[in-house]
Design a protein around this ligand. Structure first.
Ligand code: 5AD
Ligand code: SF4
Length: 502
């Protein structure tokens, strides 16, 4: 049969968001059209995450719901992509007989071929990488003729695609094997992409109107590409990407503290379009726990690194991840984490309750011995400490002017616009007098949202022409997570037609 529509839902990290965009490119090239509800699709795909059990449970429950669709429309092809496919493999078919395809993140370039085979044979197919990338020594990996390169380079933005802010992969996989983490098993060995390909991709995006690129890697600062005698390091790559004209902002995530090289700070300091933003997970403030996690640094060396960051780039915003309730975490260990969070004064932290992952070193040798309620209490306590810090930081910005890349209308604005449209009102947020919106709704309907170079969400009134522009916003009010303000001036107008819906 001929597939004509697809539904794709993405779970998990930025790497998955990027993979899904590339998959959508493949499906579009096959002539498929996206639909918003699974029931209307000939092909239903979930791009999945294995980092915590909760993420997997969500997908398994969604997958279970698709049984009815398969019963009513047996021609539907159902596929599971990403880390869960790689981790759970053929076992998924046993529990989910309605599943047709599983495809690990290292096999996504083969998706069109796999779909063809499933469609033709009607039999389930699994594409799994296994240990393939691990068999290569690091020096060989740079030169690996990686078929996944073709997929990354296949990106052809179309008018209407939201590419103003885009992800660009610089590295695949991870070699660190932190004891709690499943990623080295699902995404394979660390491989750095050729710098020429990365720059080419950034250029293609810039030509299509992209203003901000976020370079992606599990340990992005460990980037190392060896070709001939001179190895290229992450700082060199940043310099190269900075040369691409028309890219206004460059970010990179996620950094790994133990591999940090101060040359990166020097590049950040000297290249204004590299955002003063660093996402650099600490995971814990206790040396004992850091050792059990095999993170290869101490709380003290991490804190010194954060001080150095502020010496080189005084307005830098720091963000971090923390795991609470890791095996054996005592009240003292947790107190050390709270202390570290207080001292660093992050712009934002992401806190996760430890979730044992089958096959990881921690799961093999350590019991998950911290009760759920203790994990939850520590989670909330750490977040409360951070919220107080963020409130203080944001209040200090009131009265200042910040530069914002305008992403679109805020969620509240889109809701207000929809309500107005539903009640047959005007959709024109610039002319609320012609709409039946009340004053409060009207003030929300023209609410734009964007981010500062430090990645601080900023909300302010404006109009559709501002979407995609860089504007100067005077901050008038603030909450823990958000700045509120007024546009003072347009620093640089939008480069491409507004796509306010995204
Ligand atoms: N349990 C809880 N959190 C985890 N993370 C990674 N593995 C686990 C796990 N097993 C968190 C880390 C990482 C972020 C992406 O997810 O904090 O930085
Ligand atoms: Fe997981 Fe550690 Fe690699 Fe990050 S550095 S992906 S936490 S193994």
């Amino acid at each position: 049969m001929q597939l004509s529509t697809y539904f794709l839902e993405t779970f998990g990290c930025q790497m998955n968001v990027l993979d899904s965009q590339l998959v959508e490119g493949q499906l579009r090239a096959l002539g498929l059209r996206r639909v918003a509800i699974p029931r209307e699709a000939d092909l239903i795909l979930f791009n999945t995450c294995s980092v915590r059990q909760h993420a997997e449970d969500k997908v398994l429950s969604r997958l279970g719901q698709l049984k009815h669709i398969k019963r009513d429309r047996p021609h539907t092809i159902i596929g599971l992509l990403g880390c869960m496919a790689e981790r759970l493999r053929e076992g998924l078919f046993e529990l989910n007989p309605h599943l047709d395809l599983i495809c690990g993140p290292g096999e996504l370039d083969r998706l069109p071929e796999l779909l063809g085979r499933v469609d033709e044979s009607g039999k389930p197919i699994a594409a799994i990488t296994g240990l393939q990338t691990r068999r290569l020594v690091p020096a060989e990996r740079s030169l690996l003729d990686d078929p996944l390169e073709t997929l990354d380079l296949s990106r052809r933005p179309l008018p209407g695609d939201s590419i103003m802010q885009s992800y660009v992969r610089v590295q695949r996989g991870c070699d660190k094997f932190c004891t709690y983490c499943v990623v080295p098993y699902t995404r394979g060995a660390e491989r750095s992409r050729p710098p020429g390909n990365i720059v080419r991709e950034v250029q293609t995006l810039a030509d299509a109107g992209c203003r901000e690129v976020t370079l992606l890697g599990q340990t992005v600062n460990s980037y190392a590409y060896r070709e001939g005698q001179t190895p290229m390091r992450f700082a060199d790559l940043l310099r190269l990407v900075h040369e691409v004209p028309d890219i206004d902002r460059i970010r990179f995530v996620t950094s790994y503290p133990a591999d940090w090289d101060d040359d990166i700070f020097r590049v950040m300091r000297d290249h204004p379009r590299i955002c003063p933003y660093l996402h650099i997970p600490a995971q814990s403030g206790s040396d004992r726990i850091l050792k059990a996690m095999k993170r290869n640094y101490t709380a003290d060396s991490y804190l010194r690194l954060m001080d150095t960051a502020r010496q080189y780039v005084p307005d830098i915003a720091l963000a971090g991840d923390f795991i609470v309730g890791f095996t054996g975490e005592t009240d003292e260990d947790f107190a050390a984490t709270v202390d570290l969070v207080r001292r660093v004064e992050y712009k934002q932290i992401f806190v996760f309750k430890y979730s044992p992952r089958p096959g990881t070193a921690a799961d093999r040798s350590l019991a998950d011995d911290i009760p759920q309620d203790v994990k939850a209490r520590r989670n909330n306590e750490l977040l409360a400490v951070q919220t107080a810090i963020m409130e203080r930081q944001k209040r200090a910005l009131v009265g200042r002017t910040v530069e914002v890349l305008v992403e679109g209308y805020s969620k509240a604005a889109r809701r207000a616009q929809k309500d107005a449209a539903d009640s047959n009102g005007s959709l024109d947020p610039e002319n609320p007098t012609t709409s039946p919106l009340d004053d409060v709704a009207a003030s929300k309907a023209n609410q734009l949202i964007g981010r500062t170079p430090q990645d601080i969400i900023t909300v302010f009134p404006g109009d559709a022409a501002h979407v995609g522009a860089l504007v100067a916003v005077r901050v008038t009010d603030a909450s823990a997570l958000t700045l509120f303000g007024e546009i003072e001036s347009v620093v640089s107008p939008a480069k491409m037609p507004a796509n306010p819906g995204t």
